[in-house]
Write a protein that binds this ligand. Structure first.
Ligand code: RIB
Length: 302
C-alpha cells in the first residue's frame, strides 16, 4: 500500500540529560539522569503519523554508524516505509544534545551529520513516493535547497504541503510561501519569521496574518499551554490546549504536526485535525524523550 503521508526531514539520536536547571554559559552542572532515544524532527513527525493512524514514508539520511542502524530500525518497527532513508558513508548520523530542566524546558544542540547531506537529487530519486502521497511534510533540519525543491514539487503535484519551520534562524525565502498549504510554527518561530512579538494570542494572530500576507495558505501557531491559533483566509479560531502536567516538552510540536497530518489523511476536517494533534501532543508532554513520548491512536480514543 502506498503511503499517504511523505515526511522529508531529519533523523537524530537524542542524547538527553535531565538537570534541575539549564546550565549557564561556562558553567559545569551536575545532572540527574541520562538516556539515549531516537529523535529528529522529521523522524518524530513520521512516527507520530504512523502511531496515530496514517500510512507514512520517510525520506532522509543517516550516517554509517550504530546510531544510523538504530534510527532506521526505530522507524521500521512502526511500519514506516524506509526505502528512501539513505546511509551516508564516512559521516556520523545526526545527533541532538538535549538538556531538560525540572520545569520541563529544554535546550538542544544539533549536529546534522547525514541530515546535512540530503540533497534535492536524493529526494528526486523517490519521486514515486511524492506522487503517491496526499500530504507532504517538511521541517528545517535538512538543507534549505532540499526543502525548497520539495515544496515546489509538492505544489506541482497538487499535494497538501505542510511546513513546520523548525528550527528557524530567520525569515523564510519569499518564494516558498506560495507552495505552503499549512505553515505550522510555534510562538518563537512565528516571531522569528515575522518580527512580530508573539507573547499572547493577539501577537500570534498578528504574526499569522503577516504570514498569510506573505503568501502562506493557512497558518497554525502552536502556543504550548496556550493552545493553538488557526488563521486562514476565512478567519481565525483559537483551540485551547488540554491541561496536563508537563514532564518533557521535547517532540510535542512534532507530535502535533504528525497527528494533524494523520488526521487529514483519515478524512478529518481541519478543526478536528488540529484538536486531534493537540490531544496527542498533550499526552506526549507527560512522558520523557522524543519518540518514546509519542502516543498511539488507542491511547487517544475515549
Ligand atoms: O523536536 C524535537 C527534536 O528536535 C528532537 O528529537 C531532536 O532530535 C531535535 O531534532
Amino acid at each position: 500500500m502506498s503511503a499517504k503521508v511523505l515526511v522529508v526531514g531529519s533523523l537524530n539520536m537524542d542524547l538527553v540529560a535531565r538537570a534541575e536547571r539549564l546550565p549557564r554559559p561556562g558553567e559545569t552542572l551536575a545532572g540527574e539522569s541520562f538516556f539515549t532515544v531516537p529523535g529528529g524532527k522529521g523522524a518524530n513527525q513520521a512516527v507520530a503519523v504512523a502511531r496515530l493512524g496514517g500510512s507514512v514514508a520517510m525520506v532522509g539520511n543517516v550516517g554509517d554508524d550504530a546510531y544510523g542502524l538504530q534510527l532506521r530500525q526505530a522507524l521500521e518497527v512502526e511500519g514506516i516505509d524506509c526505502q528512501a532513508v539513505g546511509v551516508c558513508q564516512g559521516v556520523s548520523s545526526g545527533v541532538a544534545l538535549i538538556t531538560v530542566d525540572a520545569a520541563s524546558q529544554n535546550c538542544i544542540v544539533i549536529i546534522p551529520g547525514g541530515n546535512g547531506l540530503l540533497t534535492p537529487e536524493a529526494v528526486q530519486r523517490f519521486d514515486g513516493l511524492l506522487q503517491a502521497a496526499e500530504v507532504v511534510v517538511c521541517q528545517l533540519e535538512v538543507p534549505v535547497a532540499t526543502v525548497a525543491w520539495v515544496l515546489v514539487r509538492g505544489r506541482e503535484l497538487g499535494k497538501r504541503v505542510i511546513l513546520n519551520p523548525a528550527p528557524v534562524t530567520g525569515p523564510l525565502p519569499a518564494e516558498w510561501f506560495a507552495n505552503i498549504d499549512y505553515l505550522i510554527p510555534n510562538e518563537h518561530e512565528a516571531e522569528a519569521l515575522t518580527g512580530e512579538p508573539v507573547r499572547d494570542l493577539d501577537g500570534a494572530r498578528r504574526a499569522a496574518e503577516r504570514l498569510l500576507q506573505m503568501g502562506a495558505g493557512k497558518v497554525i501557531v502552536t502556543l504550548g499551554a496556550q493552545g493553538a491559533l488557526f488563521v486562514g483566509p476565512e478567519g481565525s479560531r483559537h483551540f485551547p490546549a488540554p491541561q496536563v502536567k508537563p514532564l518533557d516538552t521535547t517532540a510535542a510540536g512534532d507530535t502535533f504536526v504528525g497527528g494533524f497530518a494523520a488526521a487529514l489523511v483519515q478524512g478529518k476536517e481541519e478543526g478536528e485535525a488540529i484538536a486531534f494533534g493537540q490531544r496527542a501532543a498533550a499526552l506526549s508532554v507527560t512522558r520523557a524523550g522524543a519518540q518514546p513520548s509519542i502516543p498511539y491512536l488507542a491511547e487517544l480514543t475515549p
